[in-house]
Design a protein around this ligand. Structure first.
Ligand code: FAD
Ligand code: NAD
Length: 463
């Protein structure tokens, strides 16, 4: 059996794991990362990247089909169709380029990628089942970055008709009727995309609002757009199971109904990927997740955990930031992981961005000071109008006394691109005056942040 010894062993080469490996190797640590799948994890293979490719293709197709009808732009298109097999091949090509790129980055940094499934023997030893047989690795430091898998509802087991996001992103045909159980991130991103591709989409959400973690105000333009696209949204509705005919049985306001569906996509959250002997080392748990401190240390000395396996927010950029920090800590520069500014983006139509505190959360958190909120509507922004998009807004939340920015949220077409400037403002503890004193290029939607900040100070220029 091949034996390896290293400073750092990372289990899982998702965004958390591969970033840890690159940084650890850059810092001169002997580093091994293990994954049975192509590197990139959920994000590159079956998550962020393929879903955004499908969302983009759906938007392109939808704008062309819209142009077959009279429209304000005067653009006319005819005979629009989609060769879905080619779209899927294009999406798969992007995934392949990126996963191959990650292999190259690992190699360049000097980290070793071992392809196989790792099983813990104890906290310092792991056995890997590879195509060439078993290999054993001893490490001084171990990082668990095993990610998450889709939650399966016991009364709707995954199979031919009932699918998870992984199968939804690999469909060979566009379903005519598509029911989605769970109106969160994945349900809404993919539901919108498939509606634009021509599916009759119904969203079944147990809570009283889709995207229940967001303010109703910011979700309203998304909800309006879903209605325009003909998506039926059933809130406060529970899925009960499948009828013998394969319809989805639901409880909608106390009334039982059946929804016909070619495919039923279940997107009710994700669960940490444990097993493989992790239980053998008994890390302290935080509910279903591995408990970590602010340096991502588990309760076992020398064992760290990062990314989805440690719980919400399950976002690729959180996993990457944790990984970078853990590698630096192991290399001798310990620092704490600061959760205060983790931008969240929902790639719906329009897109949603949220950083820091919402107005309600800021008021709850305030002690001894008032909170001020200002909202600039994008219908007053020149760039938004030239993009044919009037719905949405940029909202800034700040302390009323010293004008420190506490949160920024926005909803609008392509607004995700502003997430970096929103995060910069919060990470660097900027005030409203810092924003209003910054020249914002014209015409851009970024001017909306400038205007929202001016509005909060009581002297908006364009509203
Ligand atoms: P993962 O990416 O899940 O990687 C874990 C890796 O560990 C996997 O490759 C797995 O094969 C490997 N592994 C597990 N156990 C073992 C073992 N025993 N031995 C060897 N290898 C093992 N996040 C965003 O920030 N933005 C988005 O737009 C976004 N879109 C998404 C869309 C979809 C459809 C989905 C499903 C998720 C999306 N996410 C998005 C979430 C994002 O994918 C995850 O937060 C991110 O991938 C978590 O990274 P991770 O490194 O913790 O785990
Ligand atoms: P989610 O937590 O975003 O949404 C799940 C939804 O399902 C919630 O609205 C919940 O109320 C609802 N729900 C739960 N049980 C239900 C039931 N029995 N019947 C009907 N509705 C039910 O989860 P997700 O959409 O599966 O996404 C998983 C994770 O992946 C997210 O937490 C997110 O962190 C990540 N993700 C992020 C992005 C992004 O950053 N753009 C995109 C996709 C996924």
């Amino acid at each position: 059996m091949a034996e390896h010894d290293c400073d750092v062993l990372i289990i899982g080469a998702g965004p958390g794991g591969y970033v840890t490996a690159i940084r650890a190797a850059q810092r001169g640590l002997t580093t091994i990362v293990v994954d049975a799948q192509p590197p990139g994890g959920t994000c590159l293979n079956v998550g962020c990247i393929p879903s955004k490719a499908v969302i983009h293709a759906a938007e392109e197709f939808h704008s062309l089909t819209t142009a077959t009808q009279p429209n304000p732009l005067g653009i006319h298109a005819e005979g629009v169709s989609v060769d879905w097999a080619q779209t899927v091949a294009w999406k798969d090509g992007i995934v392949r380029r990126l996963t191959t790129g990650v292999k190259g980055l690992l190699r360049k940094a000097g980290a070793t990628l071992i392809v196989g499934e790792a099983t813990f023997l104890d906290a310092k030893h792991v056995q890997v089942a590879t195509a060439h047989g078993e290999e054993r690795i001893h490490a001084t430091h171990v990082v668990i970055a095993t990610g998450s898998t889709p939650v399966e509802l016991p009364f709707l087991p995954f199979g031919e008709r009932v699918i998870s996001s992984t199968e939804a992103l690999a469909l060979t045909e566009i379903p005519e009727t598509f029911v989605i159980v769970g109106g969160g991130y994945i349900g809404l991103e993919l539901g919108t995309a498939f509606a634009k591709l021509g599916s009759q989409v119904t969203i079944v959400e147990a809570a009283t609002q889709i995207l229940p973690l967001y303010d109703a105000e910011i979700v309203a333009p998304v909800r309006a757009r879903l209605a325009e696209l003909g998506v039926e949204v059933l809130t406060a509705t529970k899925a009960l199971g499948l009828t013998p005919a394969g319809e989805l049985q639901i409880d909608h306001n106390g009334e039982e109904k059946e929804l016909p569906a070619d495919k039923i996509l279940v997107t009710v959250g994700r669960t940490p990927r444990l097993g493989n002997g992790i239980e053998r080392i008994y890390p302290r748990m935080n509910g279903p997740f591995i408990a970590i401190d602010d340096q991502c240390r588990t309760s076992i000395t020398g064992v760290y955990a990062i990314g989805d396996v440690t719980g919400e927010p399950m976002l690729a950029h959180r996993a990457m930031a944790q990984g970078e920090m853990v590698a630096d800590s192991i290399a001798g520069d310990p620092r704490a992981f600061d959760q205060r500014v983790i931008p969240a983006v929902c790639f719906t139509d329009p897109e949603i961005v949220h950083v820091g505190l919402s107005p309600a959360r800021a008021k709850e958190a305030a002690s001894g000071y008032e909170v001020t909120t200002a909202t600039f509507p994008l219908m007053a922004n020149g760039r938004a109008l030239t993009m044919g998009s009037e719905s949405g807004f940029i909202q800034v939340v700040a302390r009323a006394d010293n004008h420190l920015i506490l949160g920024i949220q926005a909803v609008g077409t392509d607004i995700s691109e502003l997430s970096a400037s929103f995060a910069l403002a919060l990470e660097n503890c900027l005030t409203l005056e810092d924003i209003t004193g910054t020249i914002h290029a014209h015409p851009t939607q970024g001017e909306g942040l400038h205007e929202a900040s001016l509005l909060a100070l009581g002297h908006a220029l364009h509203i």
